[in-house]
Write a protein that binds this ligand. Structure first.
Ligand code: SF4
Length: 348
């Protein structure tokens, strides 16, 4: 899966057969150092493996240093335009930076950034965004926006390669799924570097999660992508939850627990919606990765349809049945449901 080259950011390998990584970006401004540290800790608890942080101003470099010391997972500084910000981020202990060498007007300054990154063994992520394509890039690509995105990445890539720098992650994103998929398909065939993938400005809630999942899944299914971010207008922890849900659904990574639940129908004998919430709240944080729990509305199809579940529950005319790998382990009445659930979850 993914690229042939590997990069390493503070011990986190990306690409070259490493697990597909899940990342996010904090939404708290760096001026609020306590808020940033809290958000990083919450992200780490969800399993986020790399956190992008905007460094918009040189005066915030000391905060970046503090955050690097406090964050439980590696940070990637997000830099635009000014090479001094990139130097400051590296000086603040960031082992990875995201820059656009093409929009850094100072060539010598850019070379200085590349030199320092090399000395520090830091990783540089470059990328193109659908919103910043130039007229020249569009013309060169005959008006094909996906090709123009790939071309924009290549222009930046050349600057790094001309300076013999190869610890690179590349990315091409737009808010169009089809455009992003085609751009990344071109890039993955052309370059061996790890690819960061996602759909930018995907939106919020269910539509945002679906759009991100559609784009990311189409790419991962083709073996494209080494690190993912689900961009959502919402809490950053949701981005990580959705990211792992995508990887679980594609059976690429099995972090945490999967809940199978039926859509319910006129046969249901139990409040499946409420029960899913209850089961979720009872699950311990440290549950074994890959555990499958099923919540099914009735005994007619439930146990058979969820026969692979480590623990399942299905409604019956008298209450409920709990089953493990399709084999019933307990029948009881509704008032004992919570107690039995706690016992069986404890045995997982
Ligand atoms: S498990 Fe039972 S209640 Fe749920 S969808 Fe199937 S038949 Fe309907």
């Amino acid at each position: 899966m993914g690229s042939s080259k590997t990069v390493v950011i503070k011990g986190l390998s990306i690409g070259g057969g490493s697990p597909v990584r899940v990342e996010s970006m904090i939404k708290t401004p760096l001026s609020d150092i306590y808020g940033c540290a809290e958000e990083c800790t919450a992200l780490a608890a969800e399993g986020c493996e790399l956190i992008r942080v905007s460094l918009p101003d040189l005066s915030l470099a000391p905060n970046m240093k503090v955050l690097n010391e406090r964050s439980p997972v590696p940070l990637m500084a997000d830099i635009h335009f000014n090479h001094r910000l990139a130097l400051a981020a590296l000086g603040s202990g960031c082992a990875s930076i995201r820059i656009n060498p093409g929009n850094m007007s100072d060539k010598k300054g850019t070379e200085e950034v590349i030199r320092l990154a090399r000395d520090m063994k830091a990783v540089i992520r470059i990328g193109a965004n659908g919103g910043s394509l130039s007229r020249a890039q569009m013309q060169k690509s005959g008006g094909d926006r996906a090709a123009a995105l790939a071309c924009a990445v290549e222009e930046q890539l050349r600057i790094l390669l001309d300076n013999s720098f190869e610890d690179i992650i590349i990315s091409a994103k737009s808010s169009s799924v089809t455009e992003t998929v085609r751009a990344n398909s071109i890039l993955s065939q052309k370059f061996p570097f790890p690819l960061h993938i996602g759909i930018t400005e995907a939106g919020s809630g269910i539509p945002g999660a679906v759009k991100g999942a559609a784009g990311i899944s189409l790419m991962l299914a083709q073996g494209i992508g080494d690190t993912i971010r689900v961009s959502l207008t919402g809490p950053s922890t949701d981005e990580v939850r959705v990211g792992y849900s995508i990887l679980r659904a594609l059976e690429i990574r099995h972090k945490g627990c999967s809940i199978i639940s039926c859509p319910t129908c006129g046969r249901r004998r139990i409040d499946v919606v409420r029960l899913v919430e209850e089961v979720t709240s009872l699950l311990p944080k440290e549950i074994k990765d890959g555990t499958v729990i099923a919540v099914m509305g009735c005994e007619v199809n439930g146990p058979r349809e969820a026969a692979g579940a480590d623990l399942g529950i299905a409604g019956t005319p008298d209450g409920f049945v709990l089953f493990r790998k399709g084999v019933p382990v307990c029948n009881d009445t509704a008032e004992n449901l919570r107690k039995r659930l706690i016992e069986e979850i404890g045995r997982l």
